[in-house]
Each structure stands twice: as structure tokens, then as C-alpha cells.
Design a protein. Structure first.
Length: 277
């Protein structure tokens, strides 16, 4: 029989969770406050900013007039969704092979793939930039989509591998005995059973691709610039425009925050897929 948790402990846990949640959300809240201030108020001391009487939406209007927000937004959607889709096309067969037909060095390959995430991006910037220049991929959606797919591919493979390992191999063996081909096994049996894990992988990869700034700033300038480039454009030699920068930041992160809020149930269920037998 489960032991009842003391009321004092419940209050402590609730207060701790609430405090941590507020501390994590506070930077976004502060940016939201600054976005509704004038440039003169935005550079004041924190308490003066908070209690300044001038609240205005002029920064949002200025951002809309200066930049084509919809263009940057569509670039972010296209690149993040495209890189996720391409990553799944490669990662699902790779994770299937590693989970159900493991070789002697499968674990080593997985660790090597994960180790590539520890490589500083600037270490491979020059060769990638030269390749993109020679193939005409600079400032293109195709080029940035391919780069982000390759960057996040190790995480996609690792997550799918973990989910696939939780699926009993006997189910796939039974399908083979009934005459299922390899393609039918992966598409009609394995993939539907791993939908919660695949969904969480898709959501996480879209978030990672949406927030990627380094490669966006290095490989795009105008035509394929996503929202991360849109934010960076408000840091210029003339100085930092705090109110406009905050407004641009809120406009850039709002779509992904809303998506994360409405899909948090699916994301959590996917991340815990297979954790409870």
C-alpha cells in the first residue's frame, strides 16, 4: 500500500516547483514587458522599467514596417519541418536496423553519432561554407534544411532507437512469418506502434531546428533567413534597440511556445514511452 505524502511535503514540493517554473519563465516575461515599452524606458533600471507608465505597441509596429515577418516565419516553418521530415526518412530505417538487427559495433556507432554533437559548430564552419558556396546553396532553404537535418540526425536516431528497443521483437517476427516484407514491417507495423515516440521526436526536432541560430546566421542573409536571423537584425552597429529587439524576439518565439503548450501532453507521453511496463 502506497504511503501518504505529508501535507507539509506537498506544500514544499509545490512551492519548489512553482519557484523553479517562475525562474525559468522569467526571462520570457521580462522580454514581453520590454516589448511594450519605449526605447527610452527599455534601457532604464529594472524596477524603473517595470513601473514605467508608458506602455505601447509601437515596437511591434516598427518591427512589422522594417521587416517582412511573414517571410521569415515561412522560412522557419519550411526549414524546421523539412529538416525533421528528411531526418525521419533516414533515422527510422537506421534506428530499426540498430534496434532489431544489431551488429557487433552498433553501440560504438551510436556513441560516435552522439559524440558529434559535442563538436563545436565553428570547427566545421569553413569547409561547410566553402561547399555551400561552390554548390550555390548559400542563402537557400534547401541548404539550411540539409544542414539542420544533419546536425539533429544523431538525436533523432538515438530517440527512435530507444523507442524501438521497447517494442517486442516477437511482433515483427510474427509479421515476417505471415509474409510481411521489410517495407511493410517498418511502415505498417513498427511505425504505428512507435507513434508516441515518433511524435515526441518530431516535436523536439522542430523546436531544435526552429531555435538554431549559429548556422542560420552564417549560411543565410535575406532570401532564406529564418526568424533567428530576423531577431539578430535588431543588433546593429548603431546599437541595440532593446524594445524592438524584445518585440522581434516575442514574435519569433511565440509560434513555437504556442505549439509546445498545446502539444505538451503528446511530448511528455512520447518522452516517457516505454518507461512504464
Amino acid at each position: 500500500m502506497a504511503r501518504a505524502v505529508p501535507t507539509r511535503t506537498k506544500w514544499f514540493n509545490t512551492a519548489t516547483a512553482g519557484t523553479l517554473g517562475f525562474l525559468m519563465f522569467f526571462p520570457i516575461l521580462w522580454i514581453l514587458i520590454l516589448s511594450f515599452k519605449t526605447e527610452e524606458d527599455a534601457i532604464r533600471a529594472p524596477l524603473e522599467v517595470l513601473f514605467a507608465s508608458d506602455w505601447t505597441t509601437q515596437s511591434y509596429g516598427a518591427v512589422q514596417e522594417r521587416s517582412d515577418y511573414f517571410k521569415h516565419f515561412m522560412n522557419s516553418v519550411t526549414i524546421s519541418v523539412g529538416s525533421t521530415f528528411l531526418g525521419l526518412l533516414i533515422a527510422i530505417p537506421a534506428a530499426w536496423a540498430m534496434a532489431f538487427v544489431p551488429a557487433k559495433h552498433t553501440k560504438n556507432v551510436l556513441m560516435w553519432m552522439l559524440s558529434t554533437k559535442m563538436l563545436p559548430p565553428v570547427g566545421v564552419l569553413i569547409p561547410i561554407y566553402l561547399i555551400f558556396r561552390d554548390f550555390g546553396l548559400l542563402d537557400t532553404r534547401v541548404g539550411l534544411t540539409f544542414v539542420l537535418m544533419m546536425i539533429n540526425l544523431p538525436i533523432i536516431v538515438w530517440m527512435l532507437y530507444t523507442y524501438f528497443k521497447e517494442i517486442p521483437g516477437e511482433i515483427l517476427e510474427a509479421a515476417r512469418m505471415d509474409g510481411a516484407t521489410l517495407r511493410e514491417e517498418v511502415i505498417h507495423i513498427l511505425t504505428p506502434m512507435a507513434i508516441p515516440g515518433i511524435a515526441s521526436t518530431v516535436l523536439l526536432n522542430i523546436i531544435l531546428a526552429w531555435n538554431e541560430a549559429f548556422w542560420s546566421l552564417q549560411l543565410t542573409s535575406s532570401d532564406a533567413a529564418p526568424l533567428t536571423q530576423f531577431i539578430a537584425s535588431y543588433s546593429s552597429p548603431e546599437g541595440l534597440f532593446y524594445a524592438k529587439l524584445s518585440a522581434a524576439s516575442i514574435m519569433a518565439i511565440a509560434p513555437i511556445l504556442i505549439m509546445g503548450w498545446f502539444s505538451q501532453k503528446q511530448l511528455v507521453s512520447g518522452l516517457t514511452f516505454g518507461a512504464v511496463k
